[in-house]
Write a protein of this length. Structure first.
Length: 603
């Protein structure tokens, strides 16, 4: 203890000594105090002047220097800001201000510059009257050559913000140049260059002329396209390409080609080279260099949720089991309420970047409400993009054994179905703006392969929108209906349940639904769930939330809704939002409140 106190006293003496030393090195060495004030201008013009004004930068550096000089261990003194230096910087200030204001169209400002010493401190003040803005008088923007007929180039010309009679703004001038250059380059006019680009300013008239003339040069096309890889059939890899020999050169298509190969999950690295210097005439050869991914990938995960309890997931993915790009994966999920093993064989078809034919087999043992069920399923599906939606057309053959209290029952179902989904977000793990929606419709006709005639429809939608820089509003809703003359013959997997982390908080997992005479939850024919939540990050990744949930599964077309409300804690983790919610039912319930823990993406 004595040793520790001695160490603290020693550090305190060192700190005080350093402060005294730094103070004297800053001020006793002849360093002059300096304060700068700029008035009369605002916003981006003021910010630009502050950046260009040397005397203002010197004053800011002096403040920073003083703060840094108090750090322990600093030995080298900062350069002095002398009276002579201050006066020199002050004399240069008016010209620097004029230079800084010119990009915004102010070429004739009036500057009232003052410098005085009051009680040992220099005060530099600059009162600026911007004067009349310089207006655009004559504008000539022209594209010579074949590029003049390109739609994207014409769009750049039409959308320019350089307009006669408006204030000269150098940023808009540079923006127009960039738009024209990009449009020509992306359309294949790689050698395009400006033969004339200038701004002529007449300060006394407060007028300016702009001339932009660009020569598009010849249009280039793709030459031979070579993909360097040996893990897949060349014919299969060619299907990823959105370009072919002889097409007009478009830089954006090369980027799309690269992304398609990366997203295919076959390659770890993709580099596309299109060298202008190697062009043969106007044909540019394209060379694609690749590095293959490991052919197998294994996954393992642990998690916990109030609905599922502890859970384990493990899987294996065979990224390419032949040179035609076929894939296969195996998955195992185990928790207190569900144990599932599944495998899927996937074949790329049609547009191979997005479309596939999949064969899936699974076996599961699960608790649906109060019903224990064993399910075996074979599914064939076609997955593709369809009018902006992700579409899944499938045919499912299921056999399900379940116990509702009257002994074990067996149900067989052959059900064709369609699933449409759409999703948009600005951030996959923590979206501030976005939505997702999934519509699933499937059913069957009574036959030796299907227990009963039915049609099962469900719609699930979610949305996220910003409330402020740190807060969001999250809304979700779900509605489902089953049309069947013999609902009792449907297995539990086809029925609706509500309650739990992702449904109506405040109630147990799948606790909301009709019950049988024994009081067991057996699932409903209709489902309605709604939730609204606001969250707020009050410190870095930590936040809190308030929510209101309503919903139920019922035998009625409009289920009598059970409601709940509560508060929660939030933590934005690298794998998604971690949620800890305390909810209380607003109707009578066995629980006065219920704790819910979940993790994952919001959409």
């Amino acid at each position: 203890m004595a040793c520790h106190c001695h160490s603290l006293v020693r550090r305190l003496i060192l700190t005080i000594s350093c402060i005294l030393y730094c103070s004297t090195s800053v001020w006793a060495n002849g360093e002059e105090k300096l304060t700068v004030e700029i008035t009369g201008i605002h916003n981006s013009v003021l910010k630009n002047v502050e950046v260009f004004l040397s005397i203002n930068n010197a004053a800011n550096e002096q403040k920073t220097s003083l703060l840094e000089s108090f750090r322990l261990g600093e030995k080298e003194p900062k350069p002095e800001l002398s009276e002579r230096t201050i006066k020199r910087l002050h004399s240069a200030a008016p010209e620097e201000i004029r230079q800084a204001m010119q990009p915004f169209g102010y070429y004739d400002p009036h500057i009232d510059a003052k410098l005085e010493n009051v009680s040992g401190t220099w005060y530099a003040s600059y009162e600026i009257d911007s004067g009349p803005a310089t207006e655009l008088d004559r504008i000539e923007i022209k594209v010579n050559g074949d590029g003049a007929n390109e739609p994207s180039v014409n769009d750049a010309l039409v959308t320019t913000e350089l307009i006669t009679g408006q204030k000269l703004d150098h940023r808009k001038y540079e923006e127009t140049k960039s738009k024209l250059s990009d449009a020509l380059y992306n359309a294949g006019f790689i050698d395009a260059k400006f033969t004339h680009s200038e701004i002529k300013v007449y300060p006394s008239k407060h007028k300016a002329d702009i001339t932009l003339i660009v020569d598009s040069g010849p249009r280039f096309t793709y030459g031979t396209i070579t993909v360097e890889q040996d893990i897949l059939h060349p014919e299969f890899v060619e299907k990823f390409a959105n370009i072919k020999h002889g097409d007009n050169f478009e830089a954006n298509k090369l980027i799309d080609f690269q992304l398609a190969l990366m997203d295919s999950n076959y390659f770890s690295e993709v580099e596309i080279m299109a060298d202008r210097e190697k062009a043969v005439g106007t044909e540019i050869p394209v060379i694609v260099k690749t590095e293959p991914k490991e052919p197998r990938r294994y996954t393992f995960g642990l998690g916990y949720g109030t609905d599922t309890g502890p859970r384990v997931t493990t899987g294996a993915e065979l990224r390419r089991i032949n040179r035609s790009g076929h894939k296969m994966r195996f998955d195992l999920r185990a928790s207190e309420i569900e144990q599932t093993v599944s495998s899927q064989y996937q074949i790329p078809i049609k547009k191979i970047t997005t479309d596939s034919l999949a064969f899936t087999a699974s076996a599961s043992s699960e608790q649906e409400g109060d019903i224990d069920t064993d399910q075996f399923k074979l599914v064939t599906s076609i997955n593709d993009d369809w009018y902006g939606f992700r579409r899944r057309l499938y045919l499912s053959l299921e056999r399900e054994n379940f116990d509702i209290g009257e002994g074990t029952q067996t149900s067989n179902l052959l059900t064709p179905g369609i699933q449409l989904s759409r999703k948009y977000f600005d951030d996959p793990l923590f979206p501030r703006k976005g939505y997702s929606a999934t519509l699933d419709i499937h059913g069957g006709l009574e036959s030796p392969m299907t227990e009963t005639t039915f049609l099962h429809t469900s719609l699930n939608a979610r949305a996220v929108m910003p409330l402020s820089a740190q807060s969001r509003l999250l809304v979700r809703g779900e509605y489902g209906v089953i049309q069947s003359s013999e609902f009792d013959n449907l297995p539990p997997s086809q029925r609706f349940f509500a309650g739990g982390d992702q449904s109506v908080r405040g109630y147990g997992y799948q606790d909301l639904s009709p019950k049988n005479s024994d009081g067991d939850v057996i699932g409903g024919q209709y489902l309605a769930v709604f939730s609204i939540e606001a969250d707020y990050l009050f410190y870095k990744n930590f936040g809190m939330a308030a929510f209101f949930d309503a919903g139920n599964a019922s035998e009625d077309f409009m289920p009598g809704l059970k409601t709940a409300a509560g508060l929660g804690l939030r933590y934005r983790s690298p794998v998604g939002m971690i949620r800890v919610d305390l909810a209380t039912p607003l109707e009578s319930s066995e629980d006065s409140y219920r704790l819910h823990i979940s993790i994952g993406a919001d959409l």
